[in-house]
Design a protein around this ligand. Structure first.
Ligand code: 4G3
Length: 242
């Protein structure tokens, strides 16, 4: 997969892309991530990439001709062009898995009050990372890149992204590591039992309980297998829900 990020601030991406899992994924050539400076496509000695809005008002608008020239430079037959925007469809894990199958993603980061509206014909999809406004699309682009790259085959050592929270649409069960006791709190005994089937069932129940308490909306419009029905019944009749 190739990801091209079009931005006025390529320096913002340096450390997120050169640390930890995103760094390893690039070293293993599972993904090529490039940043393209939109300002490089601004003509003249001033390299002006933004201008005052027609009709007046606060802030600046990114110029369609400059952004358009940058897009034309990187676009190919296989490109899918995404713009990070508060007006986009809110990103969910399901869309992350779909985007991970595309060979060439181009991510356009708007800044200021946005980009000249005439660029919209050249955009395939607007994506939002949530209902709030940031100073630019760079942080949202990093969120999107991180979410997509982590589900590419070979990026994580385990096959965990397939059976995790939000892909089976339940929150995660609690995790514990050493020490066996912290501030008087012991690790649940079942995790030390070595009984893998009991542990699996306990974790599933904890996931259901966690989801019921923290994100009950995720339990609606979901299919339940027999075990999940039994576990939910146990949870309800044990009654320690508070
Ligand atoms: C307005 C994305 C602002 C128009 C971008 C870009 C939040 C998100 C911006 C535009 C952003 C988000 C830049 N803020 N919720 N700011 O994903 O095209």
């Amino acid at each position: 997969m190739i990801i091209d990020i079009l931005t006025l601030f390529p320096e913002m991406f340096v450390s997120p892309l050169t640390e930890s899992i995103l760094k390893r994924a690039q070293e293993k050539e599972l993904v090529t991530i490039r940043t393209i400076n939109i300002r490089d496509f601004a003509p003249g000695k001033h390299r002006q990439a933004d201008d005052y809005p027609y009709g007046g008002g606060a802030g600046m608008v990114m110029k369609a001709d400059v952004v358009g020239a940058a897009l034309e430079k990187v676009k190919t037959e296989d490109s899918w062009v995404i713009m990070m925007s508060p007006q986009g469809k809110p990103l969910q894990q399901k869309r992350v898995f779909e985007l991970a199958k595309i060979s060439h993603l181009i991510i356009l980061c708007g800044h200021y009050e946005g980009i000249d509206a005439r660029i919209m014909d050249e955009i395939d999809e607007e994506i939002s990372i949530g209902d709030y406004v940031l100073t630019g699309g760079e942080l949202p682009a990093m969120v999107l890149v991180d979410a997509v790259v982590r589900v590419l085959p070979g990026v994580l050592d385990e096959q965990s992204p397939l059976e995790e929270s939000f892909s089976n649409r339940l929150l995660e069960y609690p995790q514990y590591t050493r020490p066996a006791e912290y501030k008087g709190k012991k690790v649940p005994e079942i995790l030390l039992s070595g009984h893998h089937e009991n542990i699996r069932r306990w974790r599933k129940k904890q996931s259901l309980l966690n989801t019921l308490l923290k994100r009950p909306d995720l339990l609606l419009n979901r299919d339940y297998d027999l075990e999940e029905r039994q576990l939910l019944e146990e949870i309800i009749f044990e009654g320690d829900l508070d």
